[in-house]
Design a protein around this ligand. Structure first.
Ligand code: ADP
Length: 449
């Protein structure tokens, strides 16, 4: 792949390391960027070169476009991988890199924009043949809200057009609740996103969150890599993910996967993406598309054997996809546990120094983490310090392995979410794969034994 020779990784933590590993395998030189708080981070140590881009606050470092472009110029990086979060879904960043002749390892700025606006995303998805949640066709205003709600049928959900992170959403269960729900959602949206536009959807009571991984080459070829079930969430943050979903059979998987891949072909989508759905009573309802690599991508890699970052780099450099849809084989079952530096019950962040760190090993075990013994977790960023990914030939084998692996994992000096997973692995509903998007919050609301 001659088109890319040096990649600057505009991120930190486990994902910076993840991208770096893929670059090394492909013989591509790497540049790490870091804030002053991350000078001793693992991604900085392992990169061929590193550049300090500013003080700890993200807006002054990892979100500072000028500094990142300058770091590309100084080091001669000809491409940027944005990871997830930070600038990964920033269309302006993609445009600026383009103007500097630097390859953005991701989709076109136009596709980022389309999917970044929830109303446009939903309209686009619908036009491409993806099933969407019944709802308003455009913006909902206080004058027309009641009429639209009646048409959709109660309960309804009012959501921010510019939404993200589950903020600015309000449920109206009946006609009396519409006015207040719309006005609260609008003011929350204005405060959180500087944009008070809202829209309305049918509120689904007990859905699962199921998402489809896609990759396109930008020329009209695209594949899907099956689904991930991310229903176990707390405050809309995913905690435990699995592939395949315990709720789908092969026919359902291939059908929804093919719908998404076909949509990406029509769109001429380039790069990795995830089409997110709520799933209830056998029906899929599109909620959004993420135009980047996701945190939980390794479970898809585990069951397909395909390195998604390799594919991202290939398509960004014009080398095309390494596989066709017929060559993809789904093997076994994988589960990812997100290990956060947080109290396992209250989820209060627990930054500090890791005094002892021992990662588990053995067949079917992957640990993606920048943590090590003596590492001081800075208080400025996301509390995700690692991901544990376990693969087995069946879901039962995967769970048995996960139980063994959780016993082996040692992280001392800080609190982590590891004990939560030790509870979950012994729970009957989890064993049965019987859970929806509210399950974990209900479980956490029960008093601890
Ligand atoms: P955000 O971008 O803010 O994360 P999403 O549209 O992805 O917004 O929705 C976030 C979460 O909100 C979903 O994972 C689901 O838990 C819930 N949600 C969204 N839309 C609906 C709906 N129509 N009915 C029920 N729950 C929903």
């Amino acid at each position: 792949m001659p088109l890319i020779s040096k990649v600057l990784i505009a991120n930190r933590g486990e994902i910076a390391l993840r991208v770096l590993r893929a670059c090394k395998e492909l013989g591509i030189a790497t540049v790490a960027v870091h804030s002053t708080a991350d000078a001793d981070a693992m991604h900085v140590r392992l990169a061929d070169e590193s550049v300090c881009i500013g003080p700890p606050p993200s807006r002054d470092s990892y979100l500072n476009i000028h500094q990142i472009v300058a770091a590309c110029e100084i080091t001669g990086a000809d491409a940027v991988h944005p990871g997830y979060g930070f600038l990964s879904e920033n269309a302006k960043f993609a445009d600026i890199l383009d103007a500097h002749g630097i390859t953005f390892i991701g989709p076109t700025a136009d596709h980022i924009r389309i999917m970044g606006d929830k109303i446009t995303a939903k309209e686009t998805a619908k036009a491409l043949g993806i099933p969407v949640v019944p709802g308003s066709t455009g913006e909902v205003r206080p004058e027309n809200a009641l009429e639209i709600a009646r048409e959709i049928g109660f309960p309804v959900l009012i959501k921010a057009t510019a939404g993200g992170g589950g903020r600015g959403m309000k449920v109206a269960r009946n006609e009396d609740e519409v006015e207040e729900a719309v006005s609260t959602a609008r003011s929350e949206a204005a405060a959180a996103f500087g944009n008070d536009a809202v829209y309305m959807e049918k509120y689904l009571g007990k859905p699962r969150h199921i998402e489809i991984q896609v990759v396109g080459d930008g020329e009209g070829n695209a594949i899907h890599l099956g689904e991930r079930d991310c229903s176990l969430q707390r405050r809309h943050q995913k905690v435990w993910e699995e592939a395949n979903s315990p709720a789908l059979n092969v026919e359902q998987r291939m059908k929804i996967g093919e719908i998404c891949a076909d949509a990406m072909r029509k769109l001429k989508y380039r790069g990795a993406g995830t089409v997110e759905f709520l799933y209830e009573n056998g029906e899929f309802y599109f909620i959004e598309m993420n135009t980047r690599l996701q945190v939980e991508h390794p479970i898809t890699e585990a069951i397909t054997g395909i390195d998604l970052v390799h594919e991202q780099i290939r398509v960004a450099s014009g080398a095309g996809l390494s596989v066709t849809q017929d060559e993809i084989v789904f093997q076994g079952h994988a589960i990812e546990c997100r290990i956060n530096a947080e109290d396992p019950r209250t989820f209060v962040p627990s930054p500090g120094t890791i005094t002892h760190f021992h990662a588990p090993g053995g067949l079917g075990v992957r640990v993606d983490s920048g943590a090590y013994q003596g590492y001081r977790i800075p208080p400025y960023y996301d509390s995700l310090i690692g991901k544990l990914i376990v693969h087995g030939r069946t879901r039962v084998e995967c769970m048995m392995r996960l139980r063994r692996v959780l016993d082996e994992f040692v992280i001392d000096g800080i609190k982590t979410t590891l004990p939560l997973f030790q509870d979950l692995i012994n729970n009957q509903d989890i064993a049965n794969g019987d859970y929806d998007i509210h399950w974990l919050e209900n479980y956490l609301a029960q008093p601890a034994e």
